[in-house]
Design a protein around this ligand. Structure first.
Ligand SMILES: [Mg+2]
Length: 168
C-alpha cells in the first residue's frame, strides 16, 4: 500500500448497541502515525446490548469522562490539521463519532477511511484481519496477541501496526 498522506489517525470505538438509533459511544482509542495515543471512556447511562454486556463492559475499567469533555480532549489531541481517520470496518465507528461531535463539528477530514476496504483493494481478505488469521499476521510480521481485542486503544494500536507493516 502506498498511502496518499501521513496525516492519518487510527482509531476504534466501542459502543452500546449495533442499532445506531439507540447506541452511543462507550470508549474511543486514537493513535497517531507517530504512536502518540489518546484513550477515553465516556459517561453513559442507557441500555446495553447483550453482546456488549458479555464482551465489552468487563474491559471498561477507567474513569469516565463527560461527552463534552471527551469532545474537547479529542479536539486537543487532533489539533487543526484535519487528519484522515482510519478504522477497521468503520461504519459504526464513524456513526457514533459523528453523533458525539455533531455533524458540523467534525475535527477530521469528512470522509472516513475503512481499513477493510484497503485490504480488499489490495487483494487481501478483510476476514484475515477480523479473525486474526495467524498466517496473515505471520506473513507481515505483526503479533496480534500483544493486544486485547475489543479494547478501543488496543484495537487502534493493532490497526496502526498492521497498516505500517503493509505500507513498507
Ligand atoms: Mg474495537
Amino acid at each position: 500500500m502506498i498511502p496518499l498522506s501521513d496525516n492519518v489517525i487510527f482509531y476504534d470505538t466501542e459502543f452500546s448497541s449495533l442499532d445506531p438509533y439507540v447506541g452511543e459511544i462507550l470508549s474511543i482509542g486514537l493513535v497517531k502515525l507517530s504512536g502518540e495515543s489518546l484513550y477515553l471512556e465516556l459517561e453513559y447511562s442507557g441500555e446495553y446490548s447483550t453482546w456488549v454486556k458479555e464482551n465489552i463492559l468487563g474491559g471498561l475499567n477507567g474513569p469516565k469522562v463527560k461527552r463534552e469533555d471527551a469532545v474537547k480532549k479529542i479536539h486537543d489531541f487532533i489539533g487543526s490539521e484535519r487528519p484522515y481517520l482510519v478504522a477497521n470496518v468503520n461504519c459504526y465507528d464513524a456513526v457514533y463519532t459523528y453523533k458525539l461531535f455533531g455533524i458540523d463539528d467534525q475535527p477530521f477530514y469528512w470522509l472516513p477511511l475503512d481499513f477493510a476496504s484497503m485490504l480488499f483493494a489490495h487483494g487481501m481478505d478483510p476476514e484475515n484481519y477480523n479473525k486474526q488469521e495467524q498466517s496473515f499476521f505471520e506473513r507481515i510480521g505483526v503479533d496480534p496477541t500483544r493486544y486485547h481485542q475489543h479494547n478501543a486503544l488496543d484495537d487502534a494500536l493493532l490497526l496502526r501496526e498492521t497498516y505500517l507493516a503493509l505500507s513498507k
